[in-house]
Design a protein around this ligand. Structure first.
Ligand SMILES: *Cc1c(COP(=O)(O)O)cnc(C)c1O
Length: 389
């Protein structure tokens, strides 16, 4: 391996940069996961997780990447043959639907333009057509496209409709990035993973479940073992887990929660919002297009940038990695080779973002993609107007 001086720029939409404070916290010695110190840690983390999801109900922490939380949500609340609705929002929405299908769930796959967010009317159309629908699966921030869906409005519309379907939300790249309120928005199951806004390495999946989801759990008959919420609750109440948990990731999680508290969630959200706007200002100035069609739905976690036809987005990424030691996200699904993704979530500041955008601008220049210079300038203008960062 060639030595690279300085810090590697990990500007993927996850995993994100793990702060030194979190890494140090994780380097503590592993303790007895059935001992008294561990029990206190568990109680603090469950409390912190509730605050993060904005819920007073049940939360669960499993050792798994985000996909594990997808499975836990389905296995705990549904029965074989149950019908759920999913929209073709992008790679992650479709991957979640695939998990459901593998469990024998009857997934209604609604054709959807991945460049726009799901709208309440589209959800209602499905619900009105079928009173038997058990759940609606929506991705809050579809990381493959950089398009955000207005979950609050969907939750409101579903409650107003009186239809009994539950609302399941994938918040893997939106929790601790943008506002999400599990209880107030009427979400039944929210799922997330550790390696995005939470600034941890991959390996933890977190869920919040409403009282309605816990009722569904009581009668749901899909087989479940590792993910079973009854086992989990019984042990969690005493501060333990039904298996050996990922102790050192949990140390890191406590530190990450402390960091989010110190910054203040409102500031965390405002910072991500600003970085999203600055990134899109740069893309516009380059004369390129983002995948998100509406500015109001453009993600503050990641920006997918379309490269002009006849150019390969992955070649641009490869060049940037080779020359500037920066990793960007690849295009996923239909955007493979057509778009690259800039991650701007987690532990980063103004200069990290500007360094990232400089790397992209130089990469465009060197790879022969037609673009106009001035993207970094546009971002600098926007970022220097914002006070205090
Ligand atoms: C990252 C991500 C996931 C989970 O992927 P894992 O690789 O299993 O952690 C799920 N949904 C979205 C929207 C994501 O961004």
């Amino acid at each position: 391996m060639t030595y690279h001086s300085g810090r590697h720029f990990l500007q993927l939409p996850g995993p994100t940069n793990t702060p030194a404070r979190v890494l140090r916290a994780m380097s503590k010695a592993t303790i007895d996961h059935r001992g008294p110190d561990f029990a206190e840690l568990t109680h603090r983390l469950l409390e912190g997780t509730r605050r993060l999801f904005r819920t007073e109900h049940d939360v669960f922490i499993h050792p798994a990447s985000g996909s594990g939380a997808w499975e836990a949500a389905i296995a705990n609340t549904l029965s074989s043959g149950d019908r759920v609705v999913s929209f073709e929002q992008g790679f992650f929405a479709q991957s979640w639907a695939k998990v459901a299908r593998r469990f024998g769930i009857d997934v209604i796959q609604v054709t959807w333009d991945p460049r726009v967010g799901v709208i309440p009317a589209a959800v209602l159309e499905q619900l009105e057509a079928d009173p038997s629908i058990k759940a609606v699966l929506v991705v809050h921030n579809e990381t493959s496209t950089g398009v955000t869906t207005d979950i609050e409005s969907i939750g409101q519309a579903m409650r107003d409709s009186g239809h009994p379907a539950m609302l399941f939300v994938d918040a893997v790249s939106s929790l601790a990035v943008t506002d999400l309120q599990h209880d107030a928005w009427g979400i039944d199951v929210t799922v997330t993973g550790s390696q995005k806004g939470m600034m941890l390495p991959p390996g933890l999946s977190l869920l919040a479940a409403s009282a309605r989801a816990m009722d569904a759990h009581a009668t749901a008959t899909l087989p479940r073992s590792y993910w079973d919420w009854d086992d989990q609750k019984t042990f969690n109440e005493r501060g333990f887990f039904p298996y050996t948990p990922a102790t050192n990731l949990l140390y890191g999680m406590e530190e990450a929660l402390a960091m989010l508290d110190e910054e203040g969630m409102e500031n965390v959200f405002a910072r991500h919002d600003l970085f999203g706007r600055a990134t899109r200002a740069a893309v516009r100035a380059w004369g390129l297009e983002v995948v998100a069609r509406n500015e109001s739905e453009a993600s503050c976690a990641a920006t997918a940038v379309l490269v002009p036809e006849d150019h390969d987005a992955d070649a641009v990424r490869a060049l940037i990695l080779e020359r500037f030691d920066m990793s960007l996200g690849t295009g996923l699904g239909p955007f493979k080779g057509k778009a690259f993704r800039i991650g701007h979530l987690g532990d980063l500041n103004t200069l990290t973002l500007l360094g990232t955008l400089c790397g992209v601008e130089m990469g465009l220049r060197l790879s022969g993609v037609p673009y106009e210079s001035g993207g970094v300038d546009a971002a600098m203008n926007l970022l220097s107007e914002d006070v205090g960062r």
